[in-house]
Design a protein around this ligand. Structure first.
Ligand SMILES: [Zn+2]
Length: 400
């Protein structure tokens, strides 16, 4: 019986994943490889490689430290419950915050080293104190989130026993969906005013069939010279946000970025991200229920350090899968943007610019690609532009 339920659930998971992976990129599209040194310049490639090697090393060390810290907390943390005067849920929350505080302290030196390296290469201009203050704010947000999650999970587990993971998973998915819905309002932005830019966005929205999407500008030029843009929200809240630093780019490149962000809405990538979260959340909640049983289940505060360790381990172990999904939607957005703009030279120029402004290695080592590459590599993105161009040329030949 159990085996039957597990097989049905596994099959349903695979079918849903397959549906979510469908995209606008033509099936069987032949994307070749490019000569990275010729495309980006040998000096830049060498510099980017040296720059990224250090950041990758720092990342690997920080992850190892994170797991070791949490493992020690698993061994020692449960003893602290005897000293707590709070009730079980209050004690669980205290243990959750203490665990997060330890993680924050253990990660802090690595963050500072990475910042030092980025400042040295003029990729970042953020000050150290400013960075720590920002990190501190993030810690506050994490505290709030983890405390909320613990209260809900511990309450459900004390009420429903081992079955908490089903409503618990649903609560997490609902929270993530609500967050995705309100996220356009979390950053301070203003409506885009430049009439040429707004006209351009309208034309691209028509080309990609999305209907009108509000275009907003985020004023970041005082803090950074990096350029960025993102699609946020879904349904009634969907929006496209451009950093004002991007507006200095050549018009053709701004168009490519706009088309790419509109494509995230055209492909319903934000709704899909919530659906993917659900596909990971329920099995993770189930795993959490199983692993914490020996400590009395998630209703017992002793289980909290174990839960933190499992969440960290699962997040790390599923990185390769998360990145496959993320690279898939980015590829989809790149392809739709090429179709909408029909300007392969602007796309190439944009990707070349990314390599020099953020010193991104166009062709990173395989392990880094698998664990950390959320977008196709710059080499792959340029190769896709080539593939789009080749396909365009051959369809013109077939259909004069
Ligand atoms: Zn994107």
């Amino acid at each position: 019986m159990r085996l039957a339920i597990a097989s049905v659930a596994g099959l349903a998971w695979l079918v849903l994943a397959w549906l979510l992976l469908r995209d606008a990129v033509p099936d069987g599209l032949a994307v070749g490889t490019i000569d990275v040194e010729a495309e980006f310049g040998a000096d830049l490639v060498e510099e980017a490689r040296r720059f990224e090697r250090v950041l990758l090393g720092v990342w690997a060390l920080s992850q190892a430290t994170l797991l070791v810290t949490l493992w020690i907390y698993v061994r020692r943390g449960a003893g602290l419950t005897r000293e707590s005067a709070a009730g079980p849920i209050g004690t669980g929350m205290l243990l959750g915050m203490l665990g997060l505080g330890l993680v924050w302290l253990a990660q802090l030196p690595f963050g500072l080293v990475a910042l030092w390296w980025e400042r040295r290469h003029e990729v970042s201009s953020v000050g150290y104190l400013e960075w720590i203050a920002g990190d501190w704010l993030e810690l506050g947000a994490a505290f709030t989130f983890v405390s909320g999650a613990l209260v809900i999970v511990m309450f459900l587990a004390r009420w429903l026993g081992d079955w908490w993971w089903i409503p618990g998973g649903a609560v997490f998915v609902a929270t993530v969906a609500a967050f995705a819905l309100v996220s356009p309002y979390l950053a301070e932005t203003s409506q885009a005013r430049d009439p040429a830019l707004v006209r351009e966005a309208d034309a691209l929205e028509r080309a990609e069939g999305t209907g009108d999407i509000p275009l907003r500008i985020e004023d970041v030029s005082g803090d950074t010279s990096q350029a960025n843009a993102y699609a946020a929200g879904f349904g009634p809240t969907r929006a496209i946000v451009l950093w004002d630093t991007l507006l200095d780019f050549p018009d053709g490149q701004v168009r490519v970025v706009l088309a790419h962000e509109i494509a995230h809405h055209a492909g319903r990538h934000i709704e899909k991200a919530v659906a993917w979260f659900a596909l990971f959340a329920f099995p993770s909640a189930w795993l959490l229920m199983r692993v914490t049983r020996r400590r009395g289940g998630m209703g017992a505060p002793e289980a909290v350090p174990v839960a933190l360790f499992v969440v960290a381990l699962v997040s790390l172990a599923t990185l390769p899968l998360q990145n496959i999904v993320s690279r898939g939607v980015e590829r989809d957005a790149d392809w739709r943007a090429l179709d909408a703009t029909a300007d392969p030279d602007a796309a190439r120029g944009l990707f070349r610019g990314f390599a020099s402004s953020s010193l991104g290695d166009p062709n990173p080592p395989t392990w880094a690609y698998v664990l950390l590459q959320t977008h196709p590599t710059l080499a792959q993105r340029v190769a896709m532009v080539d593939a789009w161009e080749a396909r365009e040329a051959s369809s013109k030949r077939d259909d004069p």
